[in-house]
Design a protein around this ligand. Structure first.
Ligand SMILES: [Mg+2]
Length: 243
């Protein structure tokens, strides 16, 4: 990455990163959680392999739709009338899945450390707070972050990105105005859009489940990896030090 896109106006004072598919490949977590559900389904007297396979297919069709376990059970031939009894323990198995280790994408740890040496770095992530905390712990990246905010703690799914309240609250915790934050994330409709919602800018990282999604809304810059994004962020944040 040799050229830095133009940056007019005051430089960023903090960086906010997304978690899933930005710092580590979410597919690794979903595979572990689907396996845990398959095991629990087997323990409940179902065909665990069939439930596992159906859940993998449902997650591949979209991992944040909600109701994935219900649909997987139906696809595996479970009668609709049995869902009310079977779904809660399987959802619990999914939620309780806490992989010991989730490897970050290559170079993420070093890039995050470099950012954290220059500006406050926060993490803004959507999802079940217990699950998101377990994922972050498994990456080992938590100590490099100044603050972490799971949007669901502010009001459930309604508070998820691109709703602005999560980024507003996290910027306050980082001690900077929200429009002076630079967001780095993989999803245009969430990470780039939440930045726009508070008058901030974003770098999109083209990787993970949404790697092929169109640039809508348009980011300030797009890169193929988190380390490249961090390098850009450092380049523009350094202007704040120099000015
Ligand atoms: Mg993401």
């Amino acid at each position: 990455m040799s050229t830095v896109p133009g940056w007019d106006g005051p430089p960023p004072l903090a960086v906010v990163v997304d978690l899933d598919d930005t710092l580590y490949p979410q597919a690794a977590y979903l595979a572990a959680a689907a396996a845990a559900v398959g095991t629990a389904a087997g323990a409940a007297g179902l065909d665990g392999d069939a439930v596992h396979a159906a859940l993998v297919a449902e997650l591949a069709a979209g991992s944040d739709a909600g109701g994935t376990i219900d649909r997987a059970l139906l696809a595996a031939g479970v009668p609709a009338g049995a869902l009310a009894r079977l779904v809660p323990p399987l959802v619990a198995a999914f939620t309780a899945c806490a992989p010991e280790r989730l490897d970050p994408y290559p170079g993420v740890r070093e890039a995050l450390a470099a950012l954290a040496g220059a500006v406050p770095v926060g993490c803004l992530t959507d999802g079940n707070p217990a699950i998101q905390a377990a994922k972050l712990a498994a990456t080992g990246l938590g100590p490099l972050l100044t603050a972490v905010l799971v949007t669901d703690t502010l009001g459930g799914r309604a508070a998820r990105k691109p709703a602005p309240q999560g980024l507003l609250a996290l910027a306050a915790r980082l001690g900077v105005p929200a429009d002076r934050v630079l967001v780095i994330g993989d999803r245009p409709g969430k990470d780039v859009a939440v930045a726009a919602a508070v008058g901030a800018r974003a770098i999109r990282v083209r990787q993970g489940e949404y790697a092929a999604a169109p640039d809508v809304p348009a980011p300030w810059a797009a890169t193929g990896s988190f380390p490249e994004a961090a390098e850009l962020a450092l380049a523009v944040a350094a202007r704040a030090v120099a000015v």
